[in-house]
Design a protein around this ligand. Sequence first.
Ligand SMILES: C[S@@+](CC[C@H](N)C(=O)[O-])C[C@H]1O[C@@H](n2cnc3c(N)ncnc32)[C@H](O)[C@@H]1O
Length: 380
Amino acid sequence: MRFVAKTLYGLEKVLSEELISLGAGEVQIANRAVLFEGDMSLLYRVNYAARTALSVLLVIADFRIRSKDDLYKGGSKINWDRYMDPDDTFSIVPVINSPHFGHTGYPGLILKDSVADYFRNKTGRRPSVDNSNPRVLINLHISNDTVTISLDSSVVPLFKRGYRQDQSVAPLNEVLAAGIILLSGWKVSATLIDPMCGSGTIPIEAGLIACRIPPGKFRQFYGFERWKNFDEDLYEKIKYDCNSLIIRSAVKIFGSDISEQTIQVAKANVARAGLNDVIFIETSDFKDLRSTDDIGYVFLNPPYGQRIQPEEIDNLYSMIGTTLKHNFPGNTAWLITSNKESLKHIGLKPKEKHILFNGALECVLLKYEMYQGTKKQGRL
Ligand SMILES: C[S@@+](CC[C@H](N)C(=O)[O-])C[C@H]1O[C@@H](n2cnc3c(N)ncnc32)[C@H](O)[C@@H]1O
């Protein structure tokens, strides 16, 4: 079976490594996606355990077209009754970039007709479209002459883990948070601190990684559960296998934030994720914090400045640079922001730079290495 796991820009490589470790074959990196092969148990496993996938599609057909009619014909050749019954509802998500079609809606209508006619010819009945709560969600991708038709096995995007019911002002997408941590090379032997933790997404994703808790553990539903060929016993076995890898970890993860209200949100989310024994949350201004581990990791997702005066945001970034330099010697810091102007006020030279997107905002993720203070150098 051929699959496509979608992800955020910049996380393709991290996701491909995750997929290989989950047992995927023929792994191939694409734009915001990774193609791979495997069986149904792998599809269930990736949905349940991959931290950096947004959704997983099962490819059911791909073909070339020379005209609009070819789309109808290609759709009619699919054995739709392998996946759904005439009484089921379906919906089509079109992603179209093709000279054959002027507007996106039209190819979706052609495929809809071909699905409906397939069942009407065979059974006299036809499935109906339900765009709000379909039983089967079909993805129609047309790039120039190439059509790929897939079923969305996730439906509810995989960043919706289920532990974060309370949000702070600008929460990070969970997939982005997990991706940043996996990109950073953080090992659980190093203390992790997020001193501007907001609703706690980075500490929680780090806690899940450290304790090997699958990100799907808190979810209620995946799209594949509604497919005609859903194998519940197999799914239960996959969940059991994944959950049996969970460990108690001695990891130390700290989250703090200047806002007391936000800290209450973070504490509730940490509790919901069952991570009270590994994540410690407190209210604090970053400038008052000091490292407790001289090989620690600091993750920073500071305000980008949309709701703050320019001078104030420049001062905040300047404070971040000074605090890292003086209070976190020996530590590695990773900072994500879209505010490239204020970044100049940090006054530290990055060792690595990655481009990522936080929603529609293009961001940089920067790595800073803080040197040990003069005291230690003097001793050498
Ligand atoms: C972009 S939000 C972080 C969102 C977070 N990553 C999440 O997923 O919810 C930035 C946070 O920085 C906090 N903040 C601003 N200035 C601060 C300071 N001087 N010290 C600590 N936290 C600060 C804000 O209260 C806000 O919660």
